[in-house]
Design a protein around this ligand. Structure first.
Ligand code: G6P
Ligand code: MN
Length: 442
């Protein structure tokens, strides 16, 4: 019998305890006319954080008079069986290991960051292990579900999934380009929803080629570049670490004035500046602990002690909108355009074909249809990307082959690293610090 189109959906949020969950769920509630959901499941191996988030989400559903059923679970079968979509935002090792990813490299004078440089590689090794295990469960319990994945570090995750599960229904997405487009639109008064940007790169490692504005029928990137050079971004109201990142993005544009870079390139082009401005004893992880994570605890306490429907301060989010729009594009066969992480296969003609790249894609009932760039990219970008792809591939090899040698090659090739001696010291410390959260390397 032909499968009937389901009336209402079951959505599982893997990494349910994350601070991103309220914004995501509020966006789903806001879109309820189009997004008919009967059940949301919060799945997390951290039961304390998942239960805390459950208290908040239950309260938000009540506040918005939603009849969506809420399930809180750390059991994969309960989480995935019968699910239609799995939104994955898991963070292997939690915020405590993010702190290590950031602090260990800084001890040796190199970039300490959750997704870039050697911190990103440390997280990558942990994340592959957790994520692939989870995908295996999903394949057992919900083979037909779509996985919308924004688990970091995305390129490494996407490469490992491509190797282990080449045919599954997964979309790898990152919201950073939306963040950049919001920044530009808010700084200079544009409507980014009119844009069809052309962009190429790896995840957290790319460049805008053009920004076509449909309301004007022209490429407005030259105009935007001039505005950035003349006035700079408007950074008021942003968290200080993001404001600092966007300052370095302006500096990249001053050095290389023809394209708009992804802000994350700061870690490869100006690692010295990044190290200088980072307090090795108080990194971004510490800031998240003292803000986002504290807010979760405070909110739970407030709900338990003095529930006041108005006082709970969570809103819909750009991030949530991005994920929900993607699910809706699949469900309603909408052909909406997103920047996604996909196997290259010709999208960037002069880059190795087996890379995973980030390019514009259309999303519809079939899944993802990438846009081919058709033109070669400049040698400067190609060279930077080829080194990064090779380093990431070596790391994924190290993971699948349990190879210390490959891991050392990956660490040495990472462009935030000055020499193999530093690479080895950081690798050896990360092996200690991560313990069995990494596969064994021999
Ligand atoms: C952007 C990136 C994500 C990253 C996040 C970090 O959204 O695209 O990949 O996880 O920033 O934000 P945080 O507030 O955790 O430092
Ligand atoms: Mn990202």
């Amino acid at each position: 019998m032909a499968q009937q189109k389901k009336e209402s959906l079951i959505i599982t949020i893997a990494g349910g305890g994350s601070g991103y969950t309220p914004g995501l769920i509020l966006t789903m509630i806001k879109q309820k006319e189009q997004f008919d959901i009967s059940e949301i499941r919060l799945y997390d191996i951290d039961e304390v954080r998942n239960n805390d988030m459950g208290i908040i989400i239950k309260f938000l559903l009540m506040k918005h008079k939603s009849s969506i059923h809420l399930t809180i679970t750390h059991n994969p079968q309960e989480a995935f069986e019968g699910a239609d979509f799995i939104f994955s935002q898991i963070r292997a090792g939690g915020i405590e290991m993010r702190e290590q990813d950031e602090k260990v490299p800084l001890k040796y004078g190199v970039t300490g960051q959750e997704t870039c440089g050697l911190g990103g590689f440390s997280y990558g090794m942990r994340s592959m292990k957790s994520f692939l295990n989870m995908v295996e469960s999903i394949q057992t319990y919900a083979q037909n579900a779509w996985i919308l994945n924004y688990t970091n570090p995305e390129s490494i995750i996407a490469e490992s999934v491509r190797r282990r599960f080449p045919d599954i229904k997964i979309i790898n997405a990152c919201d950073m380009t939306i963040g950049i487009e919001e920044l530009i639109a808010n700084s200079f008064g544009y409507d980014r929803k009119q844009w069809m940007p052309d962009y190429y790169g790896l995840n957290h490692f790319g460049w805008y080629k053009s920004i076509y504005d449909a309301s004007r029928n022209e490429d407005i990137m030259p105009e935007i570049l001039n505005k950035i050079k003349e006035k700079g971004f408007v950074l008021e109201g942003l968290e200080s670490s993001w404001a600092e990142a966007y300052k370095l993005m302006e500096m990249m544009i001053n050095y290389f004035p023809e394209q708009i870079p992804n802000n994350y390139l700061e870690y490869y082009l100006f690692p010295n500046k990044v190290v200088e401005k980072t307090d090795p004893n108080y990194t971004r992880a510490n800031r998240i602990m003292d803000t986002k994570l504290k807010k979760i605890k405070d909110t739970v306490a407030q709900i338990q002690n003095n529930p006041d429907l108005e006082a709970i301060d969570y809103e819909t989010s750009v991030h949530g909108e991005y994920i929900v729009d993607m699910a809706l594009a699949i469900l309603n066969n909408k052909h909406d355009r997103f920047m996604l992480i996909v196997p290259n296969k010709g999208a960037i003609p002069n880059l190795r074909q087996d890379a995973v790249v980030e390019v514009p894609c259309y999303v519809n009932a079939k899944g993802v249809e990438p846009v081919s760039l058709r033109e070669n990219i400049p040698d400067f970008h190609k060279g930077l990307m080829e080194a990064q792809v090779a380093a990431e591939k070596l790391l994924v090899d190290a993971f699948f082959e349990n190879s210390y040698q490959k891991a050392l090659q990956a660490f040495s090739l990472n462009q935030s690293v000055p020499n193999a001696e530093v690479a080895k010291k950081v690798l050896d410390e990360f092996i200690q610090v991560n313990g069995d959260q990494w596969v064994e390397l021999n």
